[in-house]
Design a protein around this ligand. Sequence first.
Ligand SMILES: Cc1ncc(COP(=O)(O)O)c(C=O)c1O
Length: 479
Amino acid sequence: MSRRDAAARPIIEPFRIKTVEPIRITTPAERLARLRDVGYNVFLLRSEDVLIDLLTDSGTSAMSAEQWAAVMRGDEAYAGSASYYRFRDVVRRIFGFEHILPTHQGRAAERILFSTVCRPGDVVPNNTHFDTTRANVEATGARAVDLPAPQARRPEEPHPFKGNLDTAALEALIEAEGPARIPLCMLTVTNNAGGGQPVSMANIRETAEICRRHGIPLYLDACRFAENAYFIKRREPGYADASVEEIAREMFSYADGCTMSGKKDALVNIGGFLAGNDPRLAAQERDLLILTEGFPTYGGLAGRDLDAMAVGLVEVLQEEYLEYRIASVRYLGEHMAAAGVPIMQPPGGHAVYIDAAAFLPHVPPAKLPGQAIVAELFVEGGIRAVEVGTTMFGGPDPETGEERTAPLELVRLALPRRVYTQSHVDYVVHVVRAVWERRDAIGGFRIVEQAPTLRHFTARFEPLYDVGGAARETERRGA
Ligand SMILES: Cc1ncc(COP(=O)(O)O)c(C=O)c1O
């Protein structure tokens, strides 16, 4: 993805393309009509109306020939499927946990874990909870507390491990709440809501040490564990010669368990798991799994899905894949930044995050600047991105009912794994630049309909300005 990294060896996509899917080319006027139809919420668009879909890297990977071959080997037995044992053995080897429960995706693992260990009034710290994680904690009556390191609050300031947890703040929280009210602490690797930024091994180790001292179990939200491990290899002293798999094993050795959405770093379209070492807790979780997901050797998945995950978890640790993956995201981020677009620095592992507050300083957080950029990217070029700001994390406080705004207003452009080529990325840069150049004509949005939780998925919006006006004017003039 770095034909233009001139003198350096070009980093190529380490795969050939065997199957292709057409992209339907649309016009700004058509796209505006589609956006209006869905109340300006890009989650409600049909994917066939999207040109480049950067809504998420979750479940959108292209599977390899080996994974499709594994699909054919899937054993669909209700109980004791061979697929489960192949999957379990790979997970045990990389993650090192004894008890492994497959789930249909990451949030099912979260729901089972939190509803087993959290009670109303409890507190769960995390470097930054992702939306489903926060919602699943809050659904048990517990409080989700984000403790990002201070550098995470400064989007423009580069830092090698901006995903770290603020360990001094964790100590203070434990002191204030008492360890008995903290059933577990989580670390999200990489820190998705905090800009896809990695967590260092030193921070994982220190967090684990604090937790152990207070008898608090530490769990990793492991969705992007391979990308995090690769950043450790590249950026943390002492790890350059370790393999990514060795680094991953060390990361998990400090934890008591993990939740995993296989839709990210297991390179599959569906799947996840919950893992840990405590046999009593695992038995309780297993009973809940049977009640809500399925028998413990399939957990809401088909045998073929487990086989695809087993292969994907091995492929994702290949260094040439990770080198290409991280270079693709960096390429997108560096070219946007070179055009003057304010982004979270440095680019993350799976996505580039536009700093919407700096992009549209004249639109206050309550008027949802990120939502406006998302709308403009879609009308301008058919790019679907997602707001990670006040639409996603704001709304009425569950305790006080007061309207909250998010600490950061971001727009995430997430790259699906092994899906888009360099010319697609060049097109994205072109579209982002066009929106950036007419930023003064962009205004805000307001929410006219919303659900009580996870409102961003289904909310409807009303624009407070003429959406895509400049893009349509350019189109009208035939430019
Ligand atoms: C950090 C993080 N945790 C948990 C999840 C939830 O996983 P899933 O979508 O498979 O339920 C996601 C999904 O995007 C995520 O990014």
